[in-house]
Design a binder for this molecule. Structure first.
Ligand code: SR1
Ligand code: MG
Length: 417
């Protein structure tokens, strides 16, 4: 019960977790643990615990939104959803997420593998760093978790049970529905934006086609319970070394449309791309680096598409497009047609979600460091305006944009405006 919950502190953590065998076996003698609170995200407490034999991360939900304070309560049950998402992601794409050592539902706490020397991808992108294999891991993660959490793969009763469970992450979905899909398009209370953007914001908020698009995408997110989403797959939810990539933080898990995670991810790479002139110093090196970001976007989509197609051809056994319905009747071509149509619909959704995510991270409550850390306000506003207008094109013209080459060209054009 919530009454038994107690927010941890560096002073109380060892007493709470010392008796847990699975933690003690990783860390060694609790008397020798060193505990640091390192959380800088919007919602939770995060501790690094170093013991004589190893380290773990302990993440604990707070009963309110950390970014705003206790005036905005938020249920502890999100830790339960995050734990259940993590174990499913590990099963569906082994090695893609941190290993879980212990879950305590009452304390809304997950103890997991401390990824080191990994750092948050967003910081690497701001600093102009490259990661080998980044697009492949992320593209495969999306394809595997999204395909294997859906009716294309799961037995219908299991999928319905999971959909019913994860759709219980109500307050978290409510945050996404408001912050992502609604707030950017009116003067919502918690919004903020760089003041010099006012004229562009007015253009967007007067844009009926854009508002209709945002409503369509919101409706798709809220109603199309196709698969288990990560739900918050941006570059702050990815940890990397030069050669390794891991996905973290699926507390925004819900059942939703396949295109959502991929769209959100690509939006955040486009922010990294557009904001780059606000960070890098040497223009030549910057051009190369920006092109590298675009190549990652290109590879994420092509990897996603290839892996999704591979799973379609080799693992498809759910209630949709059943292999037997096609192949047994000698209609193998039909399953390819169905695959192409499915991917076309995902692509279109993906662009819609991508454009909306590009808006909300500039206009709504929770912004991206990619732009926020650009100190010169005029530069920040100029680059943010490019991202906003690109987001508008991707979302509204999602039915007419048919290739990633087109998307990347639009990004290059925006980068010159
Ligand atoms: C109040 S929560 C704001 C944002 O932080 C999380 O990381 C999600 O992106 C959410 O939209
Ligand atoms: Mg997060």
């Amino acid at each position: 019960t919530q009454q038994d919950y107690e927010a941890l502190s560096p002073d109380t953590l060892a007493a709470r977790l010392g008796p847990v065998d699975s933690i003690r076996s990783h860390l060694g003698d609790p008397e020798k643990w060193r505990v640091r609170e390192v959380g800088d995200g919007n919602l939770n407490l995060v501790f690094i615990v170093d013991g004589p034999e190893g380290s773990v991360i302990v993440k604990q939900a707070l009963p309110y939104v950390r970014l705003v304070g206790d005036s905005w309560p938020l249920p502890l049950k999100r830790a339960f959803f995050e734990y259940n998402a993590l174990i499913r992601q590990e099963a569906r794409d082994p090695g893609s997420v941190p290993q879980v050592f212990h879950f305590d539902e009452t304390q809304a706490m997950i103890a997991m593998e401390f990824l080191q020397p990994h750092v948050i991808l967003r910081k690497v992108l701001i600093d102009g760093g490259k990661v080998e294999g980044l697009a492949e891991v992320l593209g495969k993660f999306c394809a595997r978790t999204l395909f294997r959490g859906s009716d294309l793969s799961m037995p219908t009763a299991d999928r319905k049970a999971d959909a019913a469970m994860f759709l219980g992450n109500v307050e978290i979905c409510d945050i996404t529905e408001n912050l992502v899909f609604s707030d950017p398009y009116f003067d919502a209370e918690m919004n903020h934006h760089t003041p010099a953007l006012d004229p562009v914001v007015k253009i967007l908020r007067d844009d009926i086609d854009l508002k209709v698009t945002a409503q369509h995408m919101k409706s798709a997110f809220a109603n199309n319970a196709e698969t288990m989403l990560h739900g918050d797959l941006h570059s702050g939810s990815v940890m990397v070394t030069d050669t390794e990539t891991k996905v973290i933080d699926p507390e925004f898990v819900t059942y939703g449309p396949v295109g959502f995670d991929v769209g959100m991810l690509i939006a955040n790479f486009l922010h990294a791309y557009i904001s780059q002139p606000g960070h890098a110093s040497a223009p030549g090196a910057r051009d190369d680096y920006q092109e590298w970001i675009l190549s990652v976007i290109d590879d994420i989509w092509s990897t996603f598409e290839a892996e999704f197609s591979h799973l379609w051809r080799t693992e498809r056994n759910g209630i949709l497009y059943q292999a037997s319905l096609f192949e047994d009747q000698g209609h193998a071509r039909g399953s390819e047609q169905a695959r192409i149509e499915r991917l076309t619909a995902i692509w279109r959704d993906m662009l819609g979600f991508c454009g909306i995510e590009m808006h909300r991270r500039i206009l709504s409550l929770a912004h991206n460091a990619d732009f926020e850390t650009i100190e010169d306000e005029a530069t920040r506003a100029r680059l943010e305006a490019r991202a906003l207008m690109l987001g508008r094109t991707l979302a509204v013209a999602r039915g007419e944009i048919t290739s990633m080459a087109q998307v990347l060209d639009l990004a290059r054009q925006a980068n010159k405006e």
